[in-house]
Design a protein. Structure first.
Lengths: 441, 170
């Protein structure tokens, strides 16, 4: 009797765990969507990294002191005296940075497998908000150690707010908690990092998952009625997710043993680090700042970009045929050509403008035209021209043209980021990374 | 429970229900406005409290003889640079880049200020040599009393270009 009782108890608890999982996943999933190369498990990886960030964040917040006087020394105590403190900080750091990469690749996967069509439009928008939130989370976390990197990143970032038309000065003071950077600024960013952003992120993540389920799980080839083979979620899908997730955790743990998260000297308001660089995922924007008028680099272009991204799924037939990478063989070739041509063109423009910047004699008042309106109109005309060329002359579908546009955006951002990370030295001059002799990095 | 007698509710109470729904909406909006007001006052009080207190706004840079024409000297206690222009007049420059607020070091060899953040450069008198900086470095009023250069750092002055009257002659 007692023996039989324990078995039924175990069965019951297993059953309840299965039921819990089935709140997120449907009871059965199409066998076809299980193949790894459809999604590369990127969404699951992102979830795993968020989980790691929550757990390590819980530990870190116990040691960290959110005041300008103690923040830096509390990080030193964390890394030198707290057992495994250094490791925990490194895990947090690497998870956060990998999360940016994984989330962007996840977005790319959604674009290339046609997963933002009807039924998934709202989820695309939520996904974009999640991307914004995790970038903000990353950035606010970057500021907390209050070292040289942090201090000048806050300075630059909050000054950027000042260029926003009308609301700029008000926003600047709101985020700084006053006219100058000080204790109130750090308190602001601390609250954003440990409360506001994670709370919002958590709610939106659940919504994101639920909408995937409501759309019938992952995208698949052909109409919904043609789906045949369905297999139980537990264990088929859950085991696969666990395999990907655990391998990723192991990878992060090893990464965190091998490389330490950076920590510069304590913040020094009197001297900027040279070169003062933003975190790597913002270096693409920093490149824009070098070339464009601040109002355009900070406000107009990001706003236009965000607006375009949000609108993409609401344009009719802008999504590729679901479940097939690049839509077709022709689409795949187009994608490769777009990325190659886009990268080369970006590199050429940056090099050309580098010469112009140093030869320029125009008065500063003109830059709102020469480095603002003119390039904006030029880029808009170029994009419209490319669209007409692809759709009218070369007879690509609208979805393929949209895919090419999004890939072009990503290629430009990637090239700018690569240049910002490795090819900009002291005073943000272009340099070869192997001839760089400077001490800062 | 309301469903049990749908005929009654639809015939008897549409006006009352409509009225109550609107009242609820009004209360809801009032609550949102109150919380909004609360949040804004809370946050703006911080802005007021954190206004920088300028205890000493006059910074003594030193005797006139100390500075040779066409040189720039950092005055650390005022967080500024004192530029002695070619004609021997004095111009006090803020060290904050007008682009995004980085602190700008003076490069003796190149004879210009170079911003480490986005590569803006400024000439000896603070004018922009290379974009992206949108305007020249801010300046502070300078006074020369008994051969001693003094700078009033209470408020940095914005400007669109360098004019000779921004500098102080001996």
């Amino acid at each position: 009797m007692p023996f039989a009782g324990t078995i039924s108890l175990m069965q019951k608890s297993r059953r309840s765990i299965t039921d819990l999982i089935l709140h997120i996943h449907p009871p059965t999933v199409p066998a076809e969507t299980l193949r790894f190369t459809l999604s590369w498990g990127l969404g699951g990886m992102a979830v795993m990294l968020v989980a790691l960030l929550f757990l390590t964040g819980l530990l870190l917040v116990l040691v960290y002191q959110p005041t300008t006087a103690d923040a830096y020394s509390s990080i030193l105590i964390l890394t030198r005296e707290v057992p495994f403190g250094l490791w925990v900080r490194n895990i947090h750091h690497w998870s956060a940075n990998l999360l940016v990469v994984v989330a962007v690749l996840h977005l790319l996967r959604v674009v290339l497998t046609g997963a933002f069509g009807p039924g998934r439009r709202l989820n695309w928008v939520i996904g974009l908000v999640l991307l914004f939130l995790l970038l903000s989370s990353n950035f606010t976390g970057y500021l907390l150690p209050w070292d040289q990197l942090a201090y000048w990143a806050v300075t630059i970032c909050t000054s950027m707010l000042g260029y926003i038309p009308l609301l700029g000065p008000w926003l600047l003071e709101l985020f700084r908690g006053g006219a100058e950077i000080g204790p109130a600024t750090l308190a602001n960013f601390f609250v954003l990092h440990v409360a506001l952003i994670p709370g919002t992120l958590f709610i939106l993540l659940l919504w994101h998952f639920w909408l995937v389920r409501r759309a019938g799980g992952l995208v698949q080839v052909g109409p919904k009625s043609a789906q045949t083979d369905r297999v139980p979620t537990v264990p088929n899908l859950v085991m696969r997710e666990a395999a990907v997730g655990l391998v990723l955790v192991a990878f992060v743990l090893v990464l965190a043993i091998a490389w330490d998260a950076p920590l510069l000297e304590q913040a020094n308001p009197g001297m900027s680090a040279n070169p003062a660089k933003a975190p790597w995922y913002f270096l693409g924007f920093q490149e824009l700042l070098i070339h464009l008028h601040p109002v355009f680099a900070i406000f107009v272009w990001p706003l236009l970009g965000a607006f375009a991204l949000i609108c993409v799924p609401f344009w009719r037939e802008s999504s590729l045929p679901p479940g097939i990478w690049f839509g077709s063989e022709r689409g795949r070739k187009l994608a490769i050509w777009t990325v190659v041509a886009g990268s080369v063109a970006t590199l050429a423009v940056i090099l050309l403008d580098n010469v112009l910047l140093h030869a320029e004699t125009a008065t500063i008042a003109d830059t709102i035209m020469t480095r603002g309106l003119a390039p904006t109109i030029l880029v808009a005309l170029l994009l419209a021209g490319l669209y007409v060329l692809l759709v009218r002359k070369l007879e690509y579908t609208r979805a393929e043209a949209v895919m090419a546009g999004l890939l072009l955006l990503l290629a430009v951002l990637t090239v700018c980021t690569v240049i910002g990370v490795w090819f900009r030295g002291a005073e943000m001059h272009l340099v070869w990374p192997w001839t760089e002799t400077g001490t800062s990095g | 429970m309301m469903q049990e007698n749908p005929a009654k509710t639809t015939t008897m109470a549409p006006n009352r229900r409509q009225f109550l729904n609107r009242l609820w909406a009004l209360f809801g909006l009032a609550a949102v406005a109150e919380f909004g007001w609360l949040g804004i006052s809370f946050l703006s009080s911080r802005k007021e409290r954190n206004k920088p207190v300028k205890t000493e706004s006059i910074v003594t840079a030193g005797p006139v003889e100390l500075f040779t024409p066409a040189t720039v000297t950092a005055i650390p206690q005022g967080q500024l640079y004192l530029a002695c222009l070619a004609d021997g007049s004095f111009l006090a420059l803020s060290r904050t880049c007008t682009h995004l607020g980085c602190s700008v070091p003076w490069d003796e060899e190149k004879n210009q200020f170079v911003c480490p953040c986005h590569g803006s450069t400024f000439s000896l008198d603070g004018e922009v040599l290379t974009a992206p900086a949108p305007r020249p470095l801010d300046y502070y009023p300078v006074r020369i009393e008994n051969g001693i250069v003094k700078v009033d750092t209470s408020s940095p002055q914005r400007r669109e270009r360098f004019e000779p009257d921004q500098a102080t002659k001996l």
